[in-house]
Design a binder for this molecule. Structure first.
Ligand code: ADP
Ligand code: TRP
Length: 331
């Protein structure tokens, strides 16, 4: 079945391994003939934490380079900046009229964000999922590849689509998610995140730096005190075995690592070395391609310009339909 595949990444900082394994690898996987793929940089969403203007602008173009180095082809995928399409913000406003505030306040990511930064609980933070729903529903996306943390936000987009359709007639498509979504732990075992420099493995880090970070900071099974103690890879290892499950190729190889840990045949240091060797296999081709486009800023601007035009043409059609249904006339 042909799909309209859509996803975005905030322009908050350079990409990390969680973005790559949880999101970008899947963007590339769905880039197939027959699918319309739309991948953007959510620069408006980045404003909820008000990064510096230089950073927003700089991160945006760097993430486009990451997309291309990872295998996205601007001839096959529409690559664009969210802010290039003002109709997304317009649609967000319309959707906000059928969205109850209480439901937004209960979303886990909102609760986490206000806990982290209680002095800046801005309205944009609360309406963040509504803007995300506009991103998704605007081009009538059928599939939204994201990491596990984004499930409540995509659920909210589905619920908004349902509410709008019930009230105004069939308009939006209910977007699906992938059957398996992942959560990549950072070095401390919490979700790896761009905003947490201490727990992240950035895609631009060299393999020796990645190795050093895992060896120094990677939290394993804290109850395994001695090398001769058996470890528990499944429940207690925080940051190493769970990543093996994601990057190490072959079910037999992965099980072998888990069993060796369970029987104390390998220690955590050796397990970390093996992990970094396997991360290298995933990252090295990306890093080599990334070097090739590091200076191609004109090309990136052109990609964004062309992608913005194509995405806007698709989204405008939906926004026209919505205006008509809710009674807004542009004179
Ligand atoms: P971050 O959380 O690093 O700031 P974003 O919120 O912009 O990154 O996320 C962009 C995409 O990457 C989303 O689809 C998100 O689910 C995915 N993602 C981010 N971190 C992880 C992670 N640790 N594990 C799996 N997916 C992740
Ligand atoms: N909220 C997403 C994140 O933080 C980024 C995002 C914005 C997104 N709009 C989207 C993802 C639409 C998928 C679809 O990761």
């Amino acid at each position: 079945m042909s799909q309209i595949v859509l996803s975005g990444i905030r322009a908050t900082s350079r990409l990390q391994l969680g973005n790559f394994l949880g999101a970008v690898i899947n963007f590339v996987k769905f880039q197939q003939p027959g699918n319309t793929c739309m991948y953007f940089i959510a620069d408006l969403h980045s404003l909820t934490t008000m990064e510096s203007p230089e950073e927003i602008r700089g991160n945006l173009t760097e993430i486009v380079k990451d997309y291309i180095a990872a295998g996205l082809d601007p001839e096959q995928s529409i690559i664009y900046a969210q802010s290039s399409i003002p109709e997304i913000s317009e649609l967000c406003l319309y959707l906000s009229m059928i969205q109850q505030v209480g439901e937004l306040e209960r979303i886990p990511t909102f609760k986490e964000k206000i806990k982290k930064n209680p002095d800046n609980v801005n309205l944009g933070l609360l309406t963040y999922p509504v803007l995300m729903a506009a991103d998704i529903l605007g081009p009538k996306a059928t599939l939204v590849p994201v990491g596990e943390d984004q499930v409540p936000n995509v659920e909210l987009a589905r619920s908004l689509a349902r509410k709008f359709n019930n009230r105004f007639g069939e308009t939006f498509i209910l977007p699906e998610m992938m059957t398996e979504m992942i959560r990549v732990p950072g070095l401390d075992g919490k979700k790896m995140s761009k905003s947490d420099a201490d727990n992240a493995i950035e895609l631009s880090m060299t393999i020796p730096v990645i190795r050093e970070r895992y060896l120094k900071f990677g939290v394993t099974d804290i109850e395994r005190k001695l090398r001769s103690d058996p470890g528990d890879p499944y429940k207690r290892c925080q940051s190493v075995y769970p990543v093996h499950e994601l990057v190490t190729v072959g079910e037999i190889e992965i099980r072998a690592i888990a069993n060796a840990c369970l029987k104390a045949e390998i220690g955590c240091v050796e397990c970390k070395h093996q992990l970094v060797d396997n991360i290298a296999k995933v990252l090295e081709p990306f890093q080599a391609a990334r070097v090739e486009i590091v200076d191609k800023n004109d090309f990136v601007r052109e990609v964004l310009h062309e992608g913005g035009k194509k995405a806007r043409a698709l989204i405008i059609e939906t926004v026209k339909e919505v205006r008509e249904k809710i009674g807004i006339v542009i004179y």
